[in-house]
Design a protein around this ligand. Structure first.
Ligand code: F0G
Length: 457
């Protein structure tokens, strides 16, 4: 911790928005305590997402200036295609405007209704896209993931025994695909080991089920493999990433994360016939197969970002700044999901606010408190995200843990910004019992956390 300097300096800056406590109270009330509805100019430090929020490099900007905006067959497409082919090894690559577009197109081309998809953990839009095709999404996280405090290095792994059983019972419930999310965003941002990926690939081969990577944070996963997995210390993150892609039959990618771009994604596939079906749907709903909803400029910037993201100096510093914030939070006596990953820290709000029951949303209470005291925007990952109530508001299902995700945008905030985040958490931890819970006043049937309305209890 503290040993890596940023391998860049800052050339373009953007002012932060500072607000008063009164302004924040009014803003939070106006949006019915749902931070997704805050305006960005009401937020000082925005840790809502690491998606599309990174700072681009001068080289990316320059590459964007070379963007070729021809409708079909642009130079940008061919430059981008070469970079993605070399990284992934897939013979068929289709651009898409972001991850969920890639998911929708791949799943509706690959999955037959009534089948199931097995995953270490589906991200929320990924699960929604599986379900929208009439399939069932099952999460099979490894047993070690249940202990939030342990230092087990690969809590993102899939439970191989549960996976094997599910694949063997496939005559009852056919399995349409196995989806490995690297890193496991829904599961605390934890990495998946190469050993786990190899064994999963082997099981999939034996049962003739395609293995697909949700590769949004493939470089961060590769970095953690080089740091934590025996036998990989001498590999570069790039080599590990190349190996991971080649183990799978294909991937969906949100380049808004490890492409370090504001918009972009892709599908990569080994199977020509499946790629052709995806291409047809892509043309009908995203754009021609050489742009997929993106401009030439976007493709060139993504190509450059995909090269920068596996640079060891970039990844080492990204891990270091996350470790820095993690250490400050622990010093404040607040627990996070251990061990700390790279793209986000997951605060154990349930443990910090034990007086707030799950159906009064301790995670939301902490999200609101971080905003009220520090102008910090974060995201609940607890019973608001995963829970359910009946029509009278009585709890039917609660989440196993009440977490708050502090997502860390790439190359955006400095250690002093994170000092402010840690100081705000420390302040809350001094008298946590003063924080109140919330109740739901309005919600929608799918992905409710994006549009929910709340009031303090
Ligand atoms: N897969 C994973 C693992 C993700 O984290 C995301 C997005 C997606 C797929 C969808 O990609 O946003 O480009 O359509 N995660 C963001 C987040 C939104 O904040 O974690 P997208």
């Amino acid at each position: 911790e503290g040993s890596h300097v940023e391998p860049y300096r800052i050339k373009v800056v953007e002012p932060l928005a500072f607000t008063t406590r009164e302004e924040r109270e009014a803003a939070l009330k106006r949006v019915a305590y749902n931070p997704f509805d805050l305006r960005a100019d009401e937020v000082t430090i925005d840790l809502l997402s690491d998606s599309g929020t990174g700072a681009i490099s001068a080289d990316q900007l320059a590459a964007g200036m070379q963007g070729d905006e021809s409708y079909a067959g642009s130079r940008s497409f061919y430059r981008w295609h070469e970079v993605v082919s070399e990284l992934t090894g897939y013979p068929h690559i289709l651009p898409a405007h972001q991850g969920r577009a890639a998911e929708r197109i791949l799943f509706s081309s690959l999955l037959r209704p009534g089948t199931s998809v097995l995953s270490n953990t589906h991200f929320d839009t990924t699960r929604a896209n599986v379900e929208l095709t009439g399939c069932t999404a099952y999460d099979l996280p490894c047993a070690e993931a249940k202990d939030l405090d342990s230092d087990f290095p690969f809590k993102g792994n899939i439970d191989l025994i549960a996976l094997e059983q599910a694949l063997e019972n496939a005559d009852r419930t056919p399995v349409g695909a196995v989806l490995m999310t690297i890193t496991n965003n829904g599961g605390g941002g934890q990495p998946v080991s190469m050993d786990n990926l190899h064994r999963t690939a082997e099981l999939c081969r034996r049962h003739n089920v395609p293995m697909i990577l949700d590769a949004a944070r493939f470089a961060e996963n590769a970095w953690l493999v080089t740091q934590r997995e025996p036998g990989y210390a001498d590999r570069t993150p790039r080599q590990v990433a190349e190996e991971a892609f080649r183990l799978a039959d294909g991937c969906v990618m949100s380049a808004k994360k490890d492409g370090i771009v504001h918009i972009g994604g892709f599908i990569g596939l080994k199977d020509a016939e499946l790629a052709e079906r995806c291409g047809g749907l892509l043309i009908a709903t995203e754009g021609f197969t050489t742009y997929g909803g993106l401009s030439g400029r976007d493709l060139d910037m993504m190509a450059r970002g995909l090269l920068e993201v596996t640079e060891p100096a970039y990844l080492a510093e990204r891990a270091d700044i996350a470790a820095y914030l993690a250490a400050r939070i622990r010093e404040a006596g607040v627990d996070i999901v251990e061990p700390a990953g790279l793209h986000a820290l997951y605060v154990n709000a349930g443990r910090l606010l034990p007086h707030i029951p799950p159906h009064q949303y301790p995670g939301t209470a902490l999200v609101c408190e971080l905003y009220l005291r520090g102008g910090i925007r974060s995201a609940e990952l607890g019973s608001l995200y995963l829970g359910e109530e009946d029509e009278h508001g009585n709890p039917v299902k609660t989440a196993p843990y009440e977490l708050v995700r502090l997502a860390l945008p790439r190359r955006v905030y400095t250690r002093s910004h994170y000092d402010h985040v840690a100081a705000t958490l420390a302040d809350i931890a001094k008298n946590p019992e003063s924080v109140r819970g919330y109740r739901v006043t309005g919600q929608s049937p799918i992905l409710r956390h994006f549009s929910i309305k709340l009031e303090p209890v």
